[in-house]
Design a binder for this molecule. Structure first.
Ligand SMILES: Cc1cc2nc3c(=O)[nH]c(=O)nc-3n(C[C@H](O)[C@H](O)[C@H](O)COP(=O)(O)OP(=O)(O)OC[C@H]3O[C@@H](n4cnc5c(N)ncnc54)[C@H](O)[C@@H]3O)c2cc1C
Length: 453
């Protein structure tokens, strides 16, 4: 198939790479700009010599329900395998495995009645609540407290909300919570070779189809110029018929100064959190076989998630070392974004004794710190009304980012779906001649075409 439009994509994360793969496959001339030296954005990994597999900068796994990414992995030939690691909750200084009905029943800090009530509420949400739109008018915090009972909510679910949304957790709507319990599976998936193996293969396949991928090339501005767009990047200025941006809403508003209201207002009103994650390599395991522990804020720990990756994936892929992630979602102005790695190490490492009293600093073989300013969109009530459409008011300019993934919790499955959706939409718009008259937006803005969530 021969298609002549030139398409520029800002961002070489999963959304941008999937869109590149799809559009190059439809015969378009595609260029991807990625500001970082590695591809993959939040899902990217880092290599440590002589480890066999790279490790994600931020802990990652798939759910069995992540059909879009599993199908794409199969299509491009990257094996996915599933395991059932143990997840736990932390209560009054102890971790309790909490991922099977039996383990829930054995949990000593809730009565049988409280547990049954909690189970009924979750069952109601999972099986009767497919019409998620009615849930988005409720705040998860208030609704769960009311129906589940305060103790069960505060012990089990509030830490999940706080761990994800920090001080903003009381604003999160129930549709997000519903989607989270609806999609979650006890079996968790991982790519053979890590998430970077999937990313690299996707980039290779897009390149084989003719896409040009420019790493270490940050885009400064996207400017409509006549019937094309000028993309101004480090050391390059190129023209495209169509541009897709996959960056944060705030960055998008800065990058395209001519974006009209009310679209610009929608972008700048969206709120999000960043992520700070420390990876620690140890010469022995930290916990007794636990993969994921949610940490309630009131326990006074300096991070809100502890993920022992090598209780899920064998240490043999990482030179026999045991890898623990210590993470938190925080506003980008939080002091953790300014503190040095050494300062954070001094703050975080003493807390490991709470998970293993024998822990000693001599166990530590390596530490890596990763931070991202845009990592988790905040989804308050009626969020669906706030989402900016993928097609911006400027014909030929598209915005596809994590903030439009809803009600599902953002994740690489939805980045794949979004990349495919925007590619399909562009192909259709080009065929219908809707992206040619770029100048027309100044006088008669086209009605926005929304993303069907
Ligand atoms: C702590 C943490 C844990 C997570 N765990 C999971 C998990 O277990 N499972 C899961 O499925 N998902 C998980 N996710 C979410 C997942 O990583 C994201 O949903 C997904 O990677 C988003 O992809 P994206 O391409 O939309 O955005 P991004 O990954 O943010 O990609 C955007 C890209 O744009 C680039 N960019 C930005 N500005 C510019 C510019 N001006 N010029 C050029 N390039 C630019 C960035 O460098 C980046 O590569 C997690 C995320 C975090 C932070």
């Amino acid at each position: 198939m021969e298609n002549t439009a030139r398409i520029g994509i800002v961002g070489g994360g999963i959304t941008g790479l999937t869109a590149a793969y799809e559009l190059a496959g439809r015969g378009y001339e595609v260029t991807v700009y990625e500001g970082a030296s590695t591809l993959g954005g939040l899902a990217s990994g880092f290599r440590v010599d002589p480890w066999e597999w790279p490790l994600e900068r931020f802990y990652h796994h798939l759910f069995a329900s992540d059909r879009d990414v599993i199908a794409l992995a199969r299509e491009i030939g990257v094996p996915v395998f599933f395991r059932r690691p143990t997840t736990a909750i932390y209560h009054h200084g102890r971790s309790y495995p909490f991922d099977t009905p039996l383990r829930v029943l054995r949990f000593p800090h809730l009565s049988l009645i409280e547990k049954l009530r909690m189970g009924l509420v979750i069952a109601y949400l999972r099986w009767l609540g497919r019409d998620w739109r009615r849930f988005e008018r409720e705040r998860a915090h208030e609704w769960l407290m009311r129906w589940m009972g305060e103790r069960a909510y505060r012990t089990v679910w509030e830490p999940l909300l706080v761990g994800k949304f920090g001080d903003e957790y009381q604003d999160i709507n129930l549709a997000w919570f519903w989607a989270r319990v609806f999609k979650r599976s006890p079996a968790l998936g991982y790519f053979e070779g890590g998430f970077q193996a999937f990313i690299d293969r996707l980039a290779d396949r897009a390149s084989e189809r003719g896409a040009l991928i420019r790493r270490s090339t940050s885009v400064k501005q996207v400017q409509p110029a006549g019937d094309v767009f000028e993309v101004v990047a480090q050391g390059a200025q190129e023209r495209f018929n169509v541009v897709i941006s996959t960056v944060s809403p705030r960055r998008m508003a800065e990058m395209v100064p001519v974006l009209p209201e009310p679209y610009r207002g929608k972008l700048t009103s969206l709120r999000s959190l960043g992520a700070v994650v420390m990876t620690v390599a140890l010469d022995r395991p930290l916990t007794e076989g636990l993969y994921w522990i949610n940490l309630p804020k009131q326990e006074g720990l300096p991070f809100l998630a502890l993920v022992e990756h090598t209780n899920y994936i064998e240490p043999s892929h990482y030179g026999g070392q045991h890898l623990v992630y210590l993470g938190d979602y925080l506003p980008p102005e939080h002091r953790y974004f300014q503190m040095s790695q050494d300062e954070l190490v001094d703050l975080f490492l003493p807390a490991l004794e709470r998970f293993n009293p024998a822990f000693d600093r001599s166990w530590v073989q390596g530490v890596w710190l990763h931070r991202a300013a845009y990592a988790q969109p905040i989804v308050p009530v009626r969020y669906s009304e706030r989402i900016p459409p993928i097609a911006t008011p400027i014909p030929g300019l598209y915005f596809a980012s994590m903030s439009q993934v809803y009600p599902w919790d953002r994740g690489i499955n939805y980045a794949v779906r979004l990349g495919r959706d925007v590619a399909r939409m562009i192909d259709e718009d080009i065929r219908m001649g809707r992206v040619r008259d770029i100048d027309a937006w100044r006088t008669a803005p086209r009605p926005p075409v929304g993303m069907a969530p």
